[in-house]
Design a protein around this ligand. Sequence first.
Ligand SMILES: Cc1cc2nc3c(=O)[nH]c(=O)nc-3n(C[C@H](O)[C@H](O)[C@H](O)COP(=O)(O)O)c2cc1C
Length: 376
Amino acid sequence: MEDSLKSFCFVLGSGSAGKLLLMVSFFRFRIAAMDNTSKFPDRRLNVAPMMDWTDRHCRYFHRILAPSALLYTEMVTTGAVLHGNLERLIGFNPEEHPLALQLGGSDPADLAESARIAQEYGYDEINLNVGCPSDRVQRGRFGACLMLEPALVRDCVSAMRDAVEIPVTVKTRLGVDDCFSYDYFSNFVDEVAKSGCQVFIVHARKALLAGLSPKENRDVPELHHDWVYRLKSERPELTIVLNGGITTKAQAIEPLDALDGVMLGRAAYHTPWLLAGLQQEIFGSRGVESREEAVGIMTRYIRRQSAEGVPVKNISRHVLGLFQGLPGARRWRRYISENAHLDAGNDRLLLQALDHMQRGIAIAPGSVAVHENALE
Ligand SMILES: Cc1cc2nc3c(=O)[nH]c(=O)nc-3n(C[C@H](O)[C@H](O)[C@H](O)COP(=O)(O)O)c2cc1C
């Protein structure tokens, strides 16, 4: 702890007026992260699994904004877990708890063994992907096409539950192709629930297995949040989390009266400060006080990671949306995009981007005043 504090102060430089402020926030962040583990499972706020996006660096960033959110990894296939480099594929920072590993697969024995490995690795939950429509996933006979095989999903979840003590949950859609009606959806859930699975995260649209790209499959099929509400009202004993199309604080808060939680994907990634607002609104506590404070913590994180050989751009790409919607957001994004790869070892990139952005705002006519608590 002391070592990490020393390195944190090093990032800030000596004699900085912001040093004390950031030391305090550093401790607060650590304490919030610790508290957070004991509150699990609180499923009111979830950040979706997103391939290529929610890697460990992204999750670390989301964690400082929303200490109480449940975070999900990208989908990892059972083949990768069983035969790949585990640390690279499923390694995570201790601060990321509570954290769920999302698995892709359809062989009960492989899923069970992968779940066991994940539990041993320290994950808090295993989630089975029954929603991904990509061709690659279909060829492997898992993801969304598993909605066509409810008994197999039941058996997969049973095998996983037998192998671990941590919760096993399912992320599903409403249906696939022509298997798309409220009855089909609720029967699917009932069949899977026979395994003992009690938590269903529902991306509230169907998937079309042919003719749409994965990206189109996240937008084109119509959303039916009402099906998710109906499922919960008819099966109150199940824990039901709503996913799909939630982009504002109000849209995220409202379902919590009737449902157990909301899961945000694209909005969390593109407008991450939304997570800070939801942390405050839902849990009545804060991760960080300001975006600038988040920049300070991420700078320290970048410093630590780049010392281990991680390119700065692997981390900085996830914070591009931090100032989204504010004056200067473009300058922030552009500075990072243009400079992240130039000097791969530049662990002060975010501080420089912040400075660059604030100078731009200060000189723009009619601009909003910048914060005085600049980091340097
Ligand atoms: C880039 C990207 C990658 C995704 N990868 C996964 C994945 O690995 N597993 C999964 O279950 N869903 C994946 N999804 C779907 C999201 O988890 C979520 O269900 C979907 O984006 C709808 O939520 P939203 O409208 O809040 O974004 C992905 C979405 C995006 C945008």
